[in-house]
Design a protein around this ligand. Structure first.
Ligand code: GAL
Length: 655
């Protein structure tokens, strides 16, 4: 297991390096990430490379047994690149280019920038291929910005569309350009849909896909070089969890494994569950364990900073990620920098270079990890429940949300949180995943539903699966046109319902909902309401108001060997989702091993018959968790436990 920090030796005098490396070793660290933004020192002038400083720094780290991940430094172009090739700077919507001096400011379609990126990648790869403590690469830094509106991007978009649609007739059909007289008669006429809120939705969706593709291609060009020149090294990238601009499944495809940058939001447990959801998505991108490339180490911000991490919090976020499949973790950053924009992005060491309480806590985690290493070898998170996480639906929802508060990630999160509270592992999967391995599949906000996907979901239920769909399911086809069918279209039979009408609910409006039988209770429907007519399905909850009291808010349909649930609104109460998930899991025959008390999460890593359960207390109260059988706490060594006590932000690892 790798554990370490993001280190910037170029920020400190050489004389300090040995002290840093010694302190890292003392903390139990065995890896650093280096050279993320150092292009100008590596290539101080066009085509002239210099690696002296890095050789020396790597040597110092090596003397303490510390491995290194190097970055292709293309997230910040040197000033000479901008001066010599101004067209490599991204163009903003207003037609002006980004002013050099920040970072992430390049155009991804620029041939010059791609050439320079490949050249510096090849030079670095060649130089470090045999450096003994270099183990792998991070491509660039946090792909996904900026969006560029230059001529080169416009031509690239036109070419991309041509390759995708073949003929103008097909493009015009797919985008529905008969509306507003938007038919184009040559590829050159196609403009960039600069305004997501008013341009053709099909064009906006393709523009987003094209942007994602540009990033993926840019990365691929670097990866190909790294694979060719450094066959012994792994290649990864630092993703941003629930970031929405790129199709992360695509970006992950060319990599050995996914890493991500975890800056959790402190607060009540639900805000912290987002880091678990992100981790499950990161594991889902390649269906394998991942790394944390940057893990928050202190108060952070560029101008102002947030609150400090409280005792136990660093440890709890590290265990949260370990529990969800992190096999390597690096704290961001080693020492708080005295210069530049990130003077307030605090590290394990202060500006003064002294090891802080935060350093001690990170060192404790590293020591404990060594103790767990053997137990965790080969384990990953296995889940009976999957959530379909679909960037096409996410993007289409952003382009036309349909109702004001419709946020894809938030919608997924309502179900995710309830699953976490129930104590079950969850996989986040792409639409092309094999669903047959899951007892239950949730497909929230599956707005874009090509027929093949509908058929796959139907076959899943027919064969015995338990499916859940909800509002705006299956509205659109893959190019952003509305299906010319009564909702939920191809899934009507499977769900046993029809939705002839629907509405958005203004903020001040909510409908009462009365649930019966398995969904017994009174709830409030907000944001949106499908006027759902059950055909074969059972109405488990109905609206109370006179004008909608004929319609169901929640339905369940026995179909084939399985069951299909539909939730046609958003519920205000988290308790609704808890009840829903409880019933869904009953249908699916999924029973959590450990039912956590409020604010505690459970996650299980396993391999064959080996099972290791993690408990993380996300609260500042002591919590007691009862265990299903006698278990051993791998951190304290205590055995024969029928319950464990977790202090504030406490964790336990149980076998
Ligand atoms: C991350 C980035 C790091 C550092 C950090 C603090 O997003 O990858 O390089 O800048 O944020 O701003």
């Amino acid at each position: 297991m790798y554990i370490g920090v993001d280190y910037y030796p170029e920020h400190w005098p050489k004389e300090r390096w040995a002290t840093d490396a010694r302190l890292m070793k003392k903390a139990g660290f065995n890896v650093v990430r280096l050279a993320e933004f150092d292009w100008v020192n590596i290539e101080p002038a066009d085509g002239q490379f210099n690696f002296e400083m890095w050789d020396e720094a790597l040597g110092v780290l090596r003397s303490q047994g510390i491995h290194a991940i190097l970055c292709t430094p293309t997230a910040v172009m040197p000033a000479w690149v901008a001066a010599k090739h101004p067209e490599t700077l991204a163009m903003q919507k207003d037609g002006t280019r980004i002013v050099w001096g920040v970072r992430k400011n390049n155009c991804f379609s620029s041939g010059t920038y791609r050439f320079l990126s490949q050249r510096v990648t090849r030079a670095m790869a060649g130089h470090f291929a045999e450096t003994p403590n270099v183990i792998g690469w991070q491509t660039d830094n946090e792909f996904g910005s900026p969006e560029c509106f230059c001529d080169s991007c416009r031509k690239s978009f036109q070419h991309w569309l041509r390759a995708k649609y073949g003929t103008l007739a097909e493009l015009n059909r797919a985008w529905g350009t008969h509306f507003w007289g938007h038919r184009v008669q040559s590829w050159e006429e196609i403009t960039l849909p600069v305004d997501r809120g008013s341009h053709n939705p099909g064009a906006c969706l393709d523009w987003q896909r094209h942007f994602s593709w540009l990033n993926v291609r840019f990365q691929r060009e670097q990866v190909q070089i790294l694979r060719e020149v450094c066959p012994k090294h792994f290649v990864t990238h630092n993703f941003m969890g629930l970031y929405q601009e790129l199709d992360y499944y695509d970006l992950a495809r060319d990599l050995d494994f996914v890493s991500w940058d975890n800056y959790p939001v402190w607060g009540p447990p639900e805000t912290r569950y987002r880091a678990s959801m992100a981790a499950d998505l990161m594991r889902g991108l390649k269906r394998k364990n991942f790394w944390i490339m940057e893990q928050t180490a202190g108060p952070c911000g560029w101008g102002t900073f947030g609150r400090n991490v409280r005792p136990g919090e660093l440890r709890s976020v590290a265990y949260q990620q370990l529990a969800h499949g992190a096999d390597g973790q690096l704290w961001f950053r080693w020492r708080t920098c005295t210069a530049g924009r990130e003077q307030y992005w605090h590290g394990l060491l202060g500006h003064d270079g002294k090891a802080l309480r935060r350093y001690e806590e990170a060192a404790q985690v590293a020591t404990e990890y060594r103790r767990l290493e053997k137990e965790l070898a080969g384990t990953t998170v296995k889940a009976d429940v999957a959530i379909v996480y679909d960037y096409q639906s996410l993007w289409a929802t952003r382009i036309q949300p349909a109702f004001a508060k419709n946020d894809y990630v938030g919608a997924v999160g309502r179900y995710y949180d309830a699953l976490l509270r129930a104590g079950v592992n969850v996989d986040m999967v792409n639409t092309d995943a094999d669903l047959s391995a899951y007892r239950s599949v949730l497909a929230p906000r599956l707005y874009v539903l090509p027929d093949e996907l509908a058929e796959k979901l139907e076959a899943y239920v027919r064969a015995g699966g338990t499916l859940l769909g909800d509002g705006r399911l299956g509205v659109k086809d893959a190019t952003g046109l509305c299906h010319a069918r009564t909702l939920p279209g191809r899934l009507s039979e499977c769900l046993g319902i029809e939705i002839p009408e629907y509405e958005a609910l203004p903020d001040e409006t909510s409908y009462g909902v009365t649930g019966r039988g398995r969904m017994e209770g009174r709830f409030a429907a907000i944001h949106y309401a499908d006027w759902t007519t059950p055909r074969r399905a059972e109405a488990l909850a109905k609206f109370d108001e006179w004008h909608v009291d004929a319609y169901a808010a929640v339905t369940r349909n026995a179909f084939g060997k399985g069951a299909a649930w539909y939730v046609g609104t958003v519920f205000k109460e988290p308790s609704f989702y808890d009840l829903l998930i409880r019933e869904l899991l009953k249908d699916a025959g999924v029973a959590p091993e450990i039912v956590p008390p409020e604010g505690v999460e459970v996650s299980v890593r396993s391999a064959g018959r080996k099972r290791v359960a993690f408990l993380v207390n996300h609260t500042e109260e002591e919590k007691t968790v009862s265990l299903p059988r006698r278990m051993t706490d791998l951190l304290t060594g205590a055995s024969g436990l029928r319950e464990v006590r977790l202090g504030r932000h406490g964790v336990a690892v149980l076998k």
